[in-house]
Design a protein around this ligand. Structure first.
Ligand SMILES: Nc1ncnc2c1ncn2[C@@H]1O[C@H](COP(=O)(O)OP(=O)(O)OP(=O)(O)O)[C@@H](O)[C@H]1O
Length: 485
């Protein structure tokens, strides 16, 4: 780490507003070569907006942008940022779904052109994927839209680190591990360290404070559009970060005794079985929190969808609501308002004869905005005006506000800040006390403590059923890999 070197990037007094929302209120931040800067803050704090300014996608209302000691403020744009080696892995993904992995690599590497470009694009992206995520299972000829969200995230990351005519001087990673399981996340974070130790620079945005503390050299904490703390990573611990972000204390996992009693209740999902050979079957009781774990893409989402759809062969006693993890593809209605996105899960409650009572639907959404803390000046604004984490909160509100007895959650905490997570965990506990059942697929190992028991998935089958008392990260990982692998 070279603290005294010329900053590779310097932002000075950057301001940005969207109508009444002051997303950035005068941010000054420098990044040295050979440094990983961790950036944390609550949902809507301004992290993505700041990175969109740095990558040239948003013009600031005021302030200066310097790259490599040169003032580039006037005319700064994505192609200027790229030409100066500033790369960005976007939270919502920026790949073209109808193109192949290699074609997507070609789009951001214009130096690959002329005869044989396809072969070179394949080699470029394939090589980076092999280096960062060995065993990734992605072909350079795969159509991006056919890949799981985790694999799309891997391609996006490999593309940002790939180098042709300009080196990757600064790689901005906006919640890069949100869809990766713990094994793939570990590979990425090890690569980030290799990158900075080789003289590159990274900005790492994450709501997983452990990975920030373990990976970053310096940490900046943002709150309400400004940087409120900035220091060496060693000066922080989890508690200090949480306090600087203005978040709430952590909820305790529920008692094992409570868990045992639930098994006496009637099952609401009976023997739901994924198609994999020799699979155990999933059973969930009234008032139970059932975890689905394992490496990502092992059939967890497919089983949730099977239960959500009440497909033949699955006995489900009650209505099911789903919280989508891949919010861009399966969750938000992008042309609708925040209020409409929340109320759509409960429309029957708002029927007045054959007509919809819009006033009641809006009041319902307004109530949920307060309960789950969606940061917006107006619930009638478009859903896409919300930060990523706040969009995810709207999806929670849609499911929790419905009358469904069973809530299926597909890795639902992607992009949700630590404070909100604690509030959602508490809401889940309160709802189970009223008899609701939760089926909860998570790629965050820490969340499994909130489950009564956990099914571990491997290659489309359930291979283990771990009770709370016997659940450790080691056991989950052990079951996630084949004995002979
Ligand atoms: N295009 C936009 N139109 C209107 N408001 C926007 C737009 N983009 C961002 N905002 C607002 O700016 C504020 C900062 O959003 P930003 O996405 O930067 O937050 P964030 O810290 O990245 O949050 P998260 O952790 O949820 O990703 C939020 O209040 C958000 O609603």
């Amino acid at each position: 780490m070279a603290d005294d070197a010329t900053p590779v990037v310097r932002l000075d007094g950057v301001e940005k507003s969207f109508g009444a929302v002051h997303a950035l209120t005068g941010v000054t931040l420098a990044l040295a070569p050979g440094q990983c800067l961790g950036l944390v803050g609550h949902n809507g704090a301004g992290k993505s907006t700041l990175m969109n300014v740095l990558s040239g996608n948003l013009a600031p209302d005021a302030g200066r942008i310097e790259v490599g000691g040169t003032d580039l403020t006037r005319g700064y744009a994505p192609h200027v940022a790229l030409a100066h080696g500033v790369r960005c892995v976007y939270q919502e993904g920026s790949l073209c779904p109808n193109l192949t992995v290699a074609e997507n690599a070609r789009i951001s590497h214009k130096a690959i052109s002329g005869p044989g470009w396809r072969r070179r694009a394949r080699a470029l992206i394939g090589g980076r994927l092999d280096e960062i995520f060995p065993g990734h299972g992605i072909s350079s000829d795969d159509i991006v839209g056919d890949l799981s969200i985790a694999r799309r995230q891997m391609v996006e990351i490999a593309r940002a680190f790939a180098e042709t005519d300009t080196p990757a001087r600064v790689v901005i990673l906006d919640e890069p591990t949100s869809s990766l399981d713990s094994v793939a996340a570990g590979k990425l974070l090890a690569h980030v360290r290799r990158h900075v130790e080789g003289g590159g620079a990274c900005v790492l945005i994450s709501h997983l404070l452990g990975e920030i503390l373990d990976t970053a050299d310096r940490i900046a904490v943002m709150r309400d559009g400004g940087v409120v703390a900035l220091d060496a990573a060693t000066a922080f611990d989890r508690g200090k970060l949480v306090a600087a972000m203005g978040s709430v204390a952590e909820a305790a996992p529920r008692e094992t005794a409570q868990t045992a009693a639930i098994r006496d209740h009637a099952p609401v999902v009976v023997e739901a079985s994924p198609p994999g050979p020799d699979s155990l079957a999933l059973t969930a009781h009234r008032g139970e929190v059932v975890g689905l774990a394992g490496l990502s893409g092992q059939g967890q989402t497919e089983l949730l969808v099977q239960i959500f759809d009440h497909r033949p062969g699955t006995v489900v006693d009650g209505e099911v609501a789903m919280v989508a993890g891949d919010r861009q593809s399966d969750g938000v209605f992008p042309l609708w308002s925040i209020a409409e996105n929340i109320a759509i899960g409960s429309l029957r409650q708002f029927l007045s004869g054959p007509l919809l009572d819009h006033g009641r639907a809006r009041a319902f959404a307004e109530e949920w905005r307060g309960r789950i803390g969606i940061r917006t000046p107006d619930i009638g604004n478009p859903i896409l005006s919300l930060s990523g984490g706040n969009q995810q909160k709207a999806l929670f509100a849609r499911a929790l506000g419905s009358t469904a007895a069973i809530i299926a959650m597909d890795d639902p905490m992607r992009g949700v800040d630590v404070g909100t997570k604690q509030e959602v965990y508490a809401m889940i506990r309160a709802e189970t006390a009223k008899g609701r059942t939760f089926l909860w697929y998570t790629t965050e190992m820490d969340e499994l403590v909130h489950c009564d028991h956990v099914y571990v998935f491997r290659e489309g089958a359930i291979v283990a059923d771990l009770a709370r008392a016997e659940m450790t990260e080691e056991r989950v990982l052990h079951a996630s890999f084949r004995e002979d692998a």
